[in-house]
Design a protein around this ligand. Structure first.
Ligand code: PLP
Length: 454
């Protein structure tokens, strides 16, 4: 099929996620292939993949070892159900993940996306308290601007106004607490912000722990809510409060897991032992839809009983534990070992921190936030006051369109530009990306700055 036909059909029949299709019609993009950190569209234009194909990709595209692992698995079987039956790669992967995960976690429940992995954790936590005879513990605590996926359950423990307000009456109530956000806090002292936030949380736990089943929290770095990094010690403090008040700690590592933050899992920055941990995105190296909800043995044991006790976890998805996905994930984790990738990511992270200081100096950059290779660059109208650009100007979106013209793909979160390159990106490739990042920001903020000042 020729380019024009593809374009035409994409406009006529496709409905893309998180996309205003009137925008897509104006600036369509159809990817045909990829190699390393490059993507190529049907017209032959090449782009640097500066968002890891939406925070997934780890080793670049067409990584030989993963391609081969999938082909090898293909010769055995692509999929058989995990309902009532295990399969070989899912077993091997479970062992590998548990070896890497915090010691408290001993069980792997598979699914197929970040949202399902969190949805499962919510249902498990809810049923856990019933199974252990405390059915009054039903509520969830979550952080302002948290994001855990787009299903009704995960939206209910999420708190991003622009995504969730339409569905408000459809969602169950969660207890939303402020994010310990240094950027938006009257005090710019991390320690003060951390202590105040923990005190507030402690009060809520103290007064409501009888009703609270669990707390869901993105690990150290809040992603879709604008790339916000917790102050040092905050997550550790949350862990201590959860233990003190008998509240399950559900840590969402969908975005932060698998080396993204310079550790295998972001909880390692503070040696936190969650009761549950959700994994997706980087788990298969960005290849196939595989996800996992890890739990402690204690949680697992609360469901383990004679059938007649009614403690079974009635939840599953058709493609849970898909063999091709598990084979890709296994190959992915083997490359982590072989290439010592977490260490490499840590080193690149330090280098990147230095480079980003230059970008932080730009006239319309209000803040640069980063953990490992997970970065957000916030664009503002006024650097001093941090006054935002008028939202209708869509400066973040315009900047990413400009970057696309210059040969790099990423997506904004409002006026925060996401910079999340594959962990495999070389220093040279990273430098290339940073150049485009800078140019895109400069060109667009100049244009808009002029318009706004007229
Ligand atoms: C992306 C993301 C999700 C949702 O994952 P999907 O695979 O898109 O459903 C959940 N939690 C966090 C922290 C995420 O970044």
């Amino acid at each position: 099929m020729d380019q024009q036909q593809l374009l035409h059909i994409s406009k006529q029949h496709m409905w893309l996620p998180f996309t205003q299709m009137s925008d897509y019609e104006k600036d369509p993009l159809i990817i045909e292939s990829g190699e390393g950190v490059h993507l190529k569209d049907i017209e032959g234009n090449e782009y640097l993949d500066a968002y890891s194909s939406l925070w997934l990709n780890v080793h670049g595209h067409r990584k030989k070892e993963i391609d081969e692992a999938i082909k090898k698995q293909l010769d055995k079987i692509s999929h058989s159900t995990l309902l009532g039956a295990a399969n070989v790669p899912s077993i091997l992967l479970a062992k590998k993940i548990i070896d890497l995960a915090p010691e408290r976690l001993t069980r792997v429940f598979y699914s197929d996306s970040g949202a399902t992995s969190v949805e499962i954790s919510i249902k498990m936590a809810y049923q856990y308290w019933q199974n252990v005879g405390q059915p009054h513990k039903k509520k969830f605590v979550t952080l302002r601007n948290g994001y855990h996926g787009d299903t009704v359950g995960t939206m209910s423990v999420g708190s991003i106004d622009i995504y969730h307000r339409v569905y408000n009456s459809l969602l169950f109530d969660s207890i939303v607490v402020p994010y310990p956000n240094v950027y938006h806090h009257p005090s710019d002292d991390e320690k003060v912000v951390c202590e105040q936030s923990l005190t507030e949380l402690g009060e809520i736990f103290k007064n409501h722990h009888d009703e609270i089943a669990g707390m869901t929290v993105e690990s150290i770095m809040q992603g879709a809510g604008g790339m916000n990094v917790m102050p040092n010690g905050y997550l550790k403090g949350v862990e201590q409060l959860c233990r003190k008040y008998n509240i399950l700690l559900i840590v969402d590592e969908v975005a932060t897991g698998f080396g993204r933050t310079g550790k295998m899992f972001a909880v390692e920055h503070e040696n936190v032992q969650p009761d549950m941990m959700t994994l997706a995105k980087g788990i298969s190296g960005g290849y196939l839809p595989i996800a996992a909800t890890l739990t402690s043995e204690e949680i697992y044991q609360a469901f383990y009983a004679d059938f007649k006790e009614g403690k079974t976890f009635y939840h599953g998805h058709s493609y849970t534990g898909n063999q091709l996905g598990c084979a890709a994930a296994l190959a992915n984790l083997e490359i982590f070992e072989k290439e010592n990738l977490v260490k490499q990511a840590e080193e690149k992270s330090e280098w990147l921190a230095n480079q980003l200081q230059e970008i932080a100096k730009l006239e319309h950059v209000g803040d640069v936030r980063k953990l490992g290779l997970m970065c957000g660059i916030e664009l503002v109208k006024n650097k001093e006051t941090k006054e935002a650009f008028p939202w209708e100007e869509r400066v973040g979106y315009q900047a990413t369109l400009k970057m696309r013209e210059l040969g790099m793909l990423t997506r904004p979160l409002g006026d925060v530009i996401v910079f999340m390159p594959p962990l495999s990106a070389t220093y040279e490739e990273l430098a290339e990306m940073l150049t485009i990042l800078r140019k895109g920001i400069e060109q667009v903020t100049e244009d808009v700055g002029e318009k706004v000042n007229v």
